[in-house]
Design a protein around this ligand. Structure first.
Ligand code: MN
Length: 444
């Protein structure tokens, strides 16, 4: 894998020496933006010319229209692996640094394909898109950029219980460069930017049942200990911090653990997990350009704008969780679902379905589907728990088979999956998924 990355780096070096203009195309989530940032920062340091575009999905028509663009080298990061066949017929050189599923196509000499799946490495936990991108530029002596790959890993939920596989090698690079420090601490968000009750309510991972997503719950929790809820965590006295730590550890011991910080970053970006949340908020609000400029080092106004976006997005999630708390989910025999026509709730349905399960607002003995209507279709995000998967539930299969029945599409992992179906099939679809899950549970 490192040899393959070395080949990519040689290709890149050649184009830099020839003063070529390089085109970077990357995905619009936290991992994809981090991936673009790793490469763009490296190219900027090498004084190379480049142009970056962040897109939600690489479609066949994109692949076809890029073919005629006048660049010398294309770099696709956190996307591109399904299109090796098409890239093979490009006249340009192409580097693909991805970690999603691969097709069974060998790359021709104009294409270098970096993907953990090609080397039997687990692309869902041991290397992310930003990690593949980092490996591409690693031989340019860029260990000081390694931490961006870890931001991407957090964005794809790969670092939350420690880094493994190739991610560990990248972590070691980041530590060796002196940029990154690891220390034990309280893993609550926005310690320097929000009053403590909001820091607690905005902390969804690790989940704090009764507090996560619940402003009143967080305030009451603090008041019970006689702690003032309006000050920031960083302004609290040491004894108050200790009291808080102990009480939170009683709710979820995982709240105390390794924090990964980069001291040279702006305070709100210093914690790499929080950095990934900021990029995620930018991407989710279609402000991927803002996310990218932050990762390229823009401060002040850009950070203010991102903070505002993040606050808005988190408040929407809190509103969604409050709605679940009040209304609960609609119950079928073996599944439950959330449905609302409300614009804000619709936009965070998948997220609140997942957090609702983890913070125990929803019964975890039934998979949950979050439904949101988009014109004549319904988008479905399904989540369940490891326990239910062990009992036989495979949501990816259930959503794929049931959506196909109605001319829709669906699939994913056993624990998390999605589908898109025509709106008119909603009730029939729910019944079929319910029966399929019942069948999966009884036949295990
Ligand atoms: Mn990714």
């Amino acid at each position: 894998m490192l040899n393959r990355a070395g080949e990519a780096c040689n290709m890149l070096k050649e184009h830099i020496e020839n003063d070529a203009v390089i085109r970077i195309i990357s995905h619009n989530d936290a991992d994809g933006i981090s991936a673009a940032a790793v490469i763009a920062n490296a190219l900027a340091e090498e004084k190379a010319q480049f142009h970056t575009t962040i897109i939600p999905r690489l479609k066949e028509e994109d692949v076809n229209s890029l073919r005629s663009e006048k660049y010398d080298l294309f770099i696709f990061s956190d996307m591109g692996s399904p299109f090796i066949k098409e890239f093979n017929t490009y006249k340009h050189d192409v580097i693909v640094a991805d970690h999603h599923q691969v097709a069974d196509v060998e790359a021709e000499s104009n294409v270098v394909h970096i993907n953990p799946h090609l080397f039997d490495i687990d692309g869902s936990k041991d290397l992310c898109g930003a990690g593949s991108a980092y490996l591409t530029i690693r031989d340019l002596d860029k260990k000081h950029l390694a931490y961006y790959a870890l931001v991407g890993a957090f964005g794809d939920m790969q670092g939350q219980s420690g880094f493994t596989g190739v991610n560990k090698l990248i972590l070691d690079d980041a530590l060796e460069s002196g940029k990154l420090e690891i220390h034990e601490g309280l893993k609550i968000v926005s310690k320097t930017t929000e009053p403590i009750f909001k820091s607690l309510a905005y902390t969804f991972s690790p989940p704090l049942p009764g507090i996560s997503g619940d402003f009143d719950g967080a305030r009451e929790f603090l008041e019970r200990m006689n702690l003032s809820y309006g000050i920031k965590f960083t302004d609290m006295e040491d004894e108050e911090k200790d009291l808080l730590k102990e009480a939170l550890a009683n709710i979820n011991p995982e709240i105390f653990g390794d924090c990964y910080t980069v001291a040279s970053e702006a305070p709100m970006l210093r914690d790499l997990e929080e950095y990934s949340y900021i990029l995620d908020a930018c991407g989710k609000n279609k402000k991927q350009g803002l996310g990218l400029s932050i990762a390229l080092g823009e401060k002040d106004q850009a950070l203010d704008a991102a903070l505002k976006l993040q606050r808005q997005y988190r408040d929407q999630i809190v509103r969604g969780l409050e709605w679940i708390k009040k209304e609960g989910a609609e119950q079928l025999n073996s599944i439950q679902y959330l449905y609302s026509e409300d614009k804000v709730l619709k936009s965070v349905m998948g997220t609140i379905a997942s957090i609702g399960l983890s913070v125990e607002l929803l019964d975890d003995s039934k998979p949950v589907l979050g439904l949101s209507r988009l014109h004549n279709d319904i988008k479905i995000s399904g989540r369940t728990t490891r326990d239910m998967v062990a009992k036989g539930v495979n949501l990816g299969k259930a959503l794929q088979d049931s959506s196909n029945n109605f001319g829709g599409t669906g699939g994913g992992h056993d624990i998390a999956a999605g589908a898109m179906i025509p709106f008119e099939s909603k009730d029939n679809f729910l019944h079929i998924v319910d029966e399929m899950v019942e069948y999966q549970l009884s036949n295990d």
